[in-house]
Design a protein around this ligand. Sequence first.
Ligand code: FAD
Length: 440
Amino acid sequence: MSPTEIHQQHRQHQPVIPTETDVVVVGAGIAGLCAAIASAERGAQVVVVDAHTAGGRASSTERDGFRLNLGGHALYRRGHLANLLTTHAICPAGGVVDGTTIGVLRDGEVHRVVMGPIGLLRNPVLRSRSRLRMAALFARLPRLDPAGLTGRSVADWLGDEPDDVRQFMEMFIRLATYTNAPGIFDAGAAVIQLKMAMGGVLYVDGGWGLLVAALRRLATDAGAIVVDHAEVRAVRCDATPGSRVEVQLGDRMIIAGAVVVSAGGPDTAERLTGAAVANRQTLTAPITASCLDLAVRRVEVGLVLGMDEPVYLSPHAPLANLAPAGHDLISLMRYLVPGEAAGDAGTVHAGLLTVARLAGVSDDDVVFERLLHRMVVTHGAPTASGGGLAGRPTIHALGLPGVLVAADWVGPSGLLADASSTSGEQAGIAAARLCANINR
Ligand SMILES: Cc1cc2nc3c(=O)[nH]c(=O)nc-3n(C[C@H](O)[C@H](O)[C@H](O)COP(=O)(O)OP(=O)(O)OC[C@H]3O[C@@H](n4cnc5c(N)ncnc54)[C@H](O)[C@@H]3O)c2cc1C
């Protein structure tokens, strides 16, 4: 059976993996699905294989009527992923986070802070002489040129500010970037992401699993075959441009014109290909967090951010439709320093539960809880010494002709899922081009 016939059969729901194709995408998370869409839309025959089920860290699950993401997830409304969905006529429903009033945890107490120029001038967690500086810093932010801060760390950028102003600003940088590493994190990347967050974030109705399902549908509608539970063991190619790439899957092999490795972190990309990721040293160690989801009876709590502790609490439902009637879903997180161990699960759990109680959640409100002890949020953040976003490994970082890489640590733009979707799309376009050249 020719590859064309196999692709046609698969579109009629026959799960056949062809032995030859134009593009193989390894990993069907956000990066892999975006790569598949871009390649397939450019006429390439695409096979996407995932060791588990499509979605990766953007998956969500259902329990007792609650929809749980893998830790609190927010879609940046001005980000690449939201834009890619919109250009494909997919407009996710959900609730936009209202940041006009927030709770700030400091010295073991939650203080109500009204954001905006007037509110900041009365900010109860800042000393009176710091309030004007903070208000001025926020007012400057929309016009601040990130390029001027690239190559400087967040700590260096905020180094002249009073301690309370610095802590307050770092709290928002953690929120927008998930990165708790002011000493090394690039200030240019932080400012880009702060501006992105100011453009609004959406908690998605039904969970991120619906975004994954929409991306998967776009990929299959464009002709791609998406195969779950198919682990790739190795990706082999020689150094001759134009030569075919072998993808080893357990007991079978696919020969491809090009391969996109979108299987998570740089360690996996190196293990599968045997190549070294160029510029890996420009990244931090993986950015990790401990997450606690609380399925609760309806309770009035708002967003709480830790100023002197790297913690987050946010009611994702009722803002998004993620909980059954009369119930809410609260996500908590402790942002770990890159390389920091999470600590034992009991201590992590107790610490996050204390934050929930301080925010006003009583133990009787909790229907069930789920602790994700240590999650990799992103496999590496841009550092100041590495040149910020522009210094990150590129889609060609493996240095193998015909093998591209896409993930949340790849490429010169975006963080988190936006980096995955951007690099995925770029790698998918490059893979389709390579195949068009080979087939010519
Ligand atoms: C707690 C938490 C909160 C987050 N919050 C946000 C947020 O608010 N906003 C945001 O934009 N992003 C957020 N993120 C980040 C976002 O989820 C990730 O950046 C994104 O989902 C990564 O997608 P990916 O495709 O690059 O990688 P992954 O999702 O890791 O996908 C890799 C895929 O490759 C597969 N795979 C691995 N090895 C193989 C193999 N050998 N063969 C075949 N398949 C393989 C895996 O099964 C997986 O499906 C958060 C992440 C976490 C953990």
